[in-house]
Design a protein around this ligand. Structure first.
Ligand code: KG4
Ligand code: ZN
Length: 363
């Protein structure tokens, strides 16, 4: 049984090299990561140009493209790592959350590789991957607050040696989803987040006072009210036959972006202060947003809290982050059975720990 294989198969001092596969949405990605921190290769086949003409991800189209891309992408990741399959320690894959058809391609493929190459299989939660991306570029402290903001999820998590503990999350639209839907209403191309970021640089953030859902007393988020407010504002104006100049589009982009970043940054800083955490780490695709970074840094610094975020390539979906997260599972011998299935609503467990102190020798 693959799930009974143990890292004792490796010499204790030998590097742990994991081939990781990520296909939860519209990126087909494969990477080889050594000891959870050293990226030997990181290949991403983005489907953005394919979905752009539809204004968003078309799940069926995404699955088909993953099928075409997954083997060439994996071959390239292996070739660039300079390793043969025999030199790998394990195969890791994102099993959820995400689009079920997309996930299924990655999960089935990773299971086939693990079986054929007789390697242990590691199951990684997508959000844990986004958080683990942080350790690829820096040494992370034992305790910090993670603000994970992507197209499918917005959440605050307390990271400690005991595990990853969700403090709050969005129960409706994720921050990235709000960016994408608002951008679409402004006739900006997909994906909307980077387009709003760009347009907002030439706009006035106080042009329109869009609402903020503070959800006092909780660390949860809600962005559906803001999205509706923007759509209603645009519809009211369009029904009167009014059109929007490029300058006005920039103002609307800046105002909507400000509403999202205001709530995310203020709530993250309040949670970090309450939990006495010295550092806030941004992760996920929306972590690439320039206004979010600036506002969070400014507000956190004002109360003596540090901030970090990954480089853009590790913010959006990639497989290196999955390889980084898989290392902690490897160290704990937490392997998945070959019956592993894709789970589009995969629940998050606090046991999805990132323990950077664990090594195969002391796990
Ligand atoms: O993490 P990710 O690649 O995929 C998911 O796990 O969902 O995040 C994609 C999301 C998209 O919604 C995209 O619009 C958003 O990240 N995004 C941004 C920026 N770059 C990507 N949102 C705001 N500003 C950006 N610069
Ligand atoms: Zn993601």
């Amino acid at each position: 049984m693959i799930d009974k294989l143990e890292p004792a198969r490796e010499e204790n001092q030998q590097p742990v090299r994991i081939l990781a596969i990520e296909s939860s949405c519209d990126e087909t990605a494969a990477a080889v990561v050594e000891n959870g921190v050293r990226v030997l290769s990181n290949i991403i086949d983005s489907q953005i140009p394919i979905h752009r003409r539809f204004g968003g991800v078309v799940p069926e189209v995404a699955s088909r493209r993953h099928l075409q891309a997954i083997w060439p992408v994996t071959q390239q990741a292996l070739a660039e790592s300079g390793l043969s399959p025999q030199q790998l320690s394990a195969v890791a894959v994102t099993s959820g959350p995400g689009l079920v058809g997309s996930l299924l391609v990655g999960v089935s493929f990773a299971k086939a590789l693990a079986y054929a190459w007789e390697k242990p299989l590691i199951d990684v939660h997508h959000w844990q991957g986004h958080i683990a991306a942080l350790q690829l570029e820096r040494q992370m402290p034992a305790e910090y607050l993670a603000l994970v903001v992507s197209g499918s999820h917005s959440g605050l998590l307390k990271i400690s040696p005991q595990g990853l503990f969700p403090l709050g999350m969005s129960h409706d639209d994720a921050a990235g989803e709000a960016f994408d839907k608002i951008a679409r209403a402004l006739y900006l191309p997909y994906p909307g987040g980077p387009e709003i970021d760009k347009a907002a640089k030439n706009g006035r953030a106080d042009a329109v006072a869009f609402p903020r859902a503070w959800l006092e007393g909780s660390d949860d988020f809600s962005f559906s009210g803001l999205k509706s407010a923007v759509l209603n504002y645009l519809n009211r104006r369009r029904m009167k036959g009014e059109d929007f100049s490029p300058a006005e589009i920039n103002d609307l982009a800046a105002s909507a972006q400000e509403a999202i970043c205001d709530v995310l940054s203020a709530k993250a800083v309040a949670a970090a202060q309450r939990e006495k955490l010295p550092l806030i780490a941004l992760a996920g695709g929306v972590a690439a947003n320039s206004r979010l970074r600036a506002l969070l840094q400014q507000r956190a610094a004002a109360v003596g809290i540090e901030t970090v975020w990954p480089n853009p390539v590790y913010c959006t979906d990639n497989a290196a982050m999955i390889g980084a997260a898989a290392y902690s599972h490897f160290c704990r011998c937490r392997f998945a059975p070959l019956s592993l299935n894709a789970d589009p609503r995969k629940p998050f467990s606090p046991l999805d720990a990132v323990d950077k102190t664990a090594t195969p020798a002391n796990a």
